[in-house]
Design a protein around this ligand. Sequence first.
Ligand SMILES: Cc1cc2nc3c(=O)[nH]c(=O)nc-3n(C[C@H](O)[C@H](O)[C@H](O)COP(=O)(O)O)c2cc1C
Length: 352
Amino acid sequence: MRNVTDLNFPLTLAPMVGLSHVALRRLIHDYLPKQATTHWPTEMLNSRRIPGENLKFTPETLRDEFESHLVPQILGNEEKPIAESVRRLVNEWGASGIDINMGCPVQKALKHNYGVSLMGDVQYAARVVEVTKKNSTVPVSVKLRAVGSSHSVPELILFVNTLVEAGADWITLHPRTAEQKRRGHADWTQITELKKNCKVPIIGNGDIQVVGDVLDMMDKTGCDKVMAGRALAARPWMMWQLGEKLGMESPEMFQNLHAPQSPEAEGAEYGRALLRFIDYCEYYFMQQAGSSENLTLRKVSFFVRTTHVWLEFGHALMSAVSVAKNLTELRENVRRFFESEQRMMQKTELRQ
Ligand SMILES: Cc1cc2nc3c(=O)[nH]c(=O)nc-3n(C[C@H](O)[C@H](O)[C@H](O)COP(=O)(O)O)c2cc1C
């Protein structure tokens, strides 16, 4: 892959700490139309830790043989750990690209002067791109947040174009400000402006809940691709629904079937997907990486905490999941919950 636009599918998963791991990627991959190709994230990886990590067994860097076009996301600002992380991720682990996090607003990132704080100093941010690019044989991208107001859009364009000159091959914009965190309205006009004024591919992110939003964002902003996080975890079959709209074949696993559409069909699919997700978590984290059952339960619980908000009675599912003491109880509780018909809502207010 020379750039993301070499891949034919316009929807991609967002990097999410605690969620964008091999088990979720596998679940979403199940719903990818046959012949569709897109790139895949990891959770954010700290460049100070990657050099000393066992990449094969660490939950955040577990990967499957079938996976391709992986673009791990790194957090960092110093040349030595970045260079060593990139070298290991590309040569040992098989990364097809490297994404730099310039959007993380948590206190720790601010204290260490990386994540979104890189957006405060354009020359410094450009230097991070430069050293990443210098040490990488694969494309380098940057994921960033919105600037404060629409008055600052020229500033954003200047910032991005400086990163492009420093070597960024594509840009992902999540147009919410650091103060907004992940709530409130995402200002898509900033995606439009970037697309109009920058020469590299632009990926838009934010306020995507259903497949119609993907097409809407592409239409309104002209972005090259759309990235979705929470909603794509909740309804991974959005990949399939989009494939149908684009005239692509059904996913391998669902030959000759149609993607779920009604609230009831989506509710039932959530139940089936969750049971498969539990199997995948058990397989990767316990059997492959030798992690504890507890860690596996926590991964499933975090997935449900993020995604249950689209289910009409999601809070009841959340309780059923959080009381399970082991995987047998967890599966039993999930099965029981989905014995009665469940409905999935199109839209919900995102608070997490
Ligand atoms: C639980 C969680 C963890 C996240 N972790 C990361 C991260 O590691 N790196 C990053 O760039 N963004 C991270 N994000 C932000 C998402 O990538 C995305 O920009 C944001 O959630 C908006 O997209 P969405 O509304 O489709 O979820 C995270 C979001 C969530 C919900």
